[in-house]
Design a binder for this molecule. Structure first.
Ligand code: ADP
Length: 494
């Protein structure tokens, strides 16, 4: 199958969250299964072209915007360790900036930047000589690509037999825009806007656009698929997901275990596996050595790690609401790596100053440190308000780092409460979104930490879980086949 993946993020080149990991892991897996994959990504100003060996090509592609053309030079690289081509769109106007989306509220021209990405993704097909069977668009940023596929490019020779699949990574970000501004740029008629597939609450809503124009729609876990279709977690998109219910399903994200395996991880001090689990503590000792004075480096105190964007979604309020009851008495240490909202960064730094040996806070984005924190911690906490899938808990399981999570979205699909009677389960969960419910789950977890038989059992249960991207890549291929059937093609002929 020829698959054109279009996204705003892709690891390791440009990453804010899980979207980047999933785009690159899926591309690698499909390639490994013998499919032909191309990834299209903006060439952001902060992409390290030298490090990743990304080179300019001789192609400059004209992209129709409104009644004129804009231009992009194509750069080319590969996903590291593979020969999957990644095409980077150069544009001084749109992408040559330090950030991906712009902090904290996003760049004011994000609608136009990603419109350009969506249109260019189709326009470059001739230059890269690719006839896609599937266009796989991720999140609102690339939804316009599917609208174009079904309209302006419907009879284009390269796309006449192409199906479009839309994957929702987080429905909280919907991409709203003023129709008078964006529709003329996208060459859609303004007078047909009211009630159209673009319109939600009087604005162009790109989440709705993706949902309506796609042949098949997926989201990143089965529980999140139910939540956004049937509850307010859908943030206004429920009617459209219901309308498209027969074409909508949840496919659980998977981990790239070539990147996230404690036996081969180059970012951690001491490799370990299920048979050598005691070596995990050497990583813990390493983290303490770096951040805690010698007199307080005891390994006895459990470390509760967190690697997260610092936003309300991630339940930082719950963490702040109960952390002191554990660190004041010295029953736990926290190691938190995060970046995001200033109010949370400040609150965490304040705690770090008050409990310098008990609350270790690292702000900023640091890929290598994220591996180190996950490997060195005994637990990983994710008290999310909502969580489409979540990858960090999946990584933690493989590292023998026991997740303590709120049972929502993908967290509910990947972490099972430990049952001391049957010895099954992989972590600790809670339901109610409150600091006290979270604290009770931590209390439970700390009790088992002190009990070697249960503790070993929980950790090894987690390490044996298989949430590999290979599985989700195969499920996506099934979705792609259904999408091809939907447009009248024989999926077995690709
Ligand atoms: P989301 O996509 O909502 O941010 P996920 O759990 O799906 O949440 O994915 C988060 C990804 O981003 C993980 O790979 C995690 O390790 C990484 N990550 C989050 N914050 C940081 C940070 N400050 N530094 C490095 N990696 C981070």
């Amino acid at each position: 199958m020829n698959i054109l993946a279009v996204a705003a993020e892709c690891s390791p080149f440009a990453k804010i969250g899980g979207l980047a990991d999933v785009v690159s892991a899926l591309a690698k897996e499909w390639h490994g299964l013998g499919h032909s994959v191309r990834v299209v990504l903006p060439k952001y100003g902060n992409i390290d072209c030298q490090r990743w060996n990304i080179k300019p090509t001789s192609s400059v592609v004209a992209v129709p915007i409104g009644w004129w053309q804009e231009y992009t030079r194509l750069w080319r690289g590969v996903l590291p360790g593979t020969d999957v081509p990644v095409y980077f769109l150069e544009s001084r106007d749109y992408f040559d900036r330090a950030g991906i989306y712009g902090d904290p509220d996003g760049y004011p021209d994000n609608d136009r930047r990603f419109l350009f990405l969506s249109r260019a993704a189709l326009e470059i097909a001739s230059s890269i000589d690719f006839v896609p069977d599937i266009i796989h668009a991720h999140d609102w940023h690339t939804a316009f690509a599917l609208a174009f596929l079904k309209s302006h490019y419907r009879f284009h020779p390269r796309f006449a037999r192409t199906a479009g699949v839309f994957t929702i990574h987080n429905i909280a970000f919907q991409g709203q825009s003023d129709p008078r501004r964006i529709l003329p740029l996208a060459n859609f008629p303004l007078d047909q806007f009211p009630g159209s597939w673009f319109e939600h609450d009087g604005a162009v809503n790109l989440m709705k656009t993706g949902i309506m124009f796609a042949d098949k729609i997926t989201t990143v876990s089965p529980t999140y698929a139910r939540e956004i279709r049937w509850t307010s977690a859908g943030m206004g998109m429920q009617p459209y997901l219901n309308l498209r219910g027969a074409d909508f399903l949840g496919v659980l994200n998977g981990a790239d275990y070539t990147e996230w395996d404690p036996q081969t991880d180059p970012h951690i001090a001491a490799p370990y596996g299920i048979e050598t689990l005691s070596d995990k503590d050497r990583n813990k000792a390493g983290l303490l050595e770096e951040s805690v004075p010698p007199h307080d480096r005891t390994l006895e105190i459990p470390i509760l790690g967190m690697v997260s964007r610092l936003t309300a979604q991630k339940g930082i309020d719950l963490l702040l609401g109960c952390i002191e009851q554990f660190v004041r008495t010295g029953r736990a240490r926290f190691a938190i790596l995060g970046s995001g909202e200033a109010r949370y960064e400040h609150a965490l730094h304040r705690l770090g100053r008050r409990y310098p040996t008990r609350v270790l806070v690292y702000t900023g984005y640091n890929a290598s440190l994220s591996h180190h924190v996950i490997a060195s911690s005994d637990f990983l906490v994710m008290p999310s308000l909502f969580e489409p899938c979540g990858l960090t808990q999946i990584y933690a399981l493989r590292y023998g780092t026991v997740p303590i999570v709120r049972a929502t979205g993908g967290l509910a699909d990947t972490v099972e409460e430990y049952d001391p009677v049957t010895g099954t389960g992989t972590g600790f969960t809670f339901g109610e979104y409150s600091a006290s419910a979270f604290a009770r789950a931590i209390e439970r977890a700390l009790r088992y930490y002190r009990h070697p038989v249960h503790w070993n059992r929980i950790r090894t249960n987690g390490m044996r879980q298989d949430f590999s991207a290979t599985k989700s890549a195969q499920q996506y291929l099934n979705v792609f086949r259904w999408a091809l059937e939907k447009i009248g093609r024989n999926p077995n002929s690709t």
